[in-house]
Ligand binder design. Structure first.
Ligand SMILES: Cc1cc2nc3c(=O)[nH]c(=O)nc-3n(C[C@H](O)[C@H](O)[C@H](O)COP(=O)(O)O)c2cc1C
Length: 186
C-alpha cells in the first residue's frame, strides 16, 4: 500500500513515532508546517478552533492509498496543525489512520483531556475514510507508581532506549491494524 506518514510534533515524540512508522510501513514521510509556527499561538488556536493554516505538503496527498497522521494532544484538543491539515486535504485523503503519542493515560481516555474525544473529532471530519485511530500514551512507559509521574510524563522524550514494553506491544498492534505483517524496527 502506497503510504505517506504526516506528522506534527512540538517536542519530538510524535516525530520519533512518525520516523519509526515510516520505516516499518516503508512509507514516505513529511512534517506539517504551520504558517504561524509559534507554540503559544498554536495552543490557543487549537483551543479556540482558529488557525492561519498549514503550508502545502511537498508530497501529493491524493497520490497515496493511505495517510498515517501522528501528533500530540494539547488540552484535550485535536490540535490546530492536525485539524488544518485534515480540513485542507479532506477531499484528497483516500484513507486515514490517526495515531497520537500523548500524555494522558488509558484511565482518562474518556475524560476531557483524553484521547477518545480527539478520535471522535477525527471521525467527525473524515467520516468513513478513517481506517482507524490509535494511541501510544507516554504513561505506558512511565507507570503510575513512578515518583512524580505527572512531571515525568511531560518531560519524557521518546527514544530507542525508552521505547519499550508495553508500548512496543501496542505499537505492533497498530502496525497489524494498519495491515503490516513484518516488523523491522521494533
Ligand atoms: C500544553 C500541553 C497540553 C497537553 N495536554 C494534553 C492533554 O490534554 N491530553 C494528553 O493526553 N496529553 C497532553 N499533553 C501531552 C502531550 O500530548 C505529550 O507530551 C506528547 O508526547 C507531546 O508530543 P510531541 O513531543 O510530539 O510534541 C499536553 C502537552 C502540552 C505541552
Amino acid at each position: 500500500m502506497n503510504t505517506l506518514v504526516v506528522y506534527y510534533s512540538h517536542t519530538g515524540n510524535n516525530a520519533y513515532l512518525a520516523r519509526k512508522l515510516a520505516t516499518d510501513l516503508q512509507a514516505d514521510i513529511e512534517p506539517i508546517r504551520p504558517r504561524l509556527n509559534v507554540f503559544g499561538f498554536l495552543l490557543i488556536s487549537s483551543w479556540l478552533g482558529i488557525s492561519f493554516g498549514v503550508r502545502k505538503l511537498k508530497h501529493v496527498v491524493g497520490n497515496y492509498d493511505l495517510i498515517v497522521l501522528t501528533g500530540p494532544i494539547w488540552t484535550g484538543q485535536l490540535i490546530s496543525p492536525l485539524r488544518c491539515f485534515l480540513k485542507q486535504n479532506k477531499k484528497s485523503i483516500r484513507q486515514l489512520f490517526f495515531i497520537t503519542n500523548c500524555g494522558g493515560s488509558d484511565a482518562i481516555r474518556d475524560d476531557k483531556f483524553g484521547y477518545n474525544k480527539v478520535f471522535a473529532k477525527v471521525h467527525a471530519l473524515l467520516g468513513a475514510r478513517v481506517k482507524g485511530c490509535a494511541e501510544l500514551p507516554i504513561p505506558l512507559i512511565v507507570p503510575e507508581e513512578h515518583p512524580e509521574q505527572g512531571v515525568t510524563v511531560m518531560k519524557t522524550r521518546l527514544s530507542d532506549i525508552n521505547f519499550k514494553s508495553p508500548m512496543t506491544e501496542r505499537y505492533q498492534q497498530i502496525l497489524s491494524d494498519i495491515g503490516v505483517r513484518s516488523m523491522t524496527s521494533v
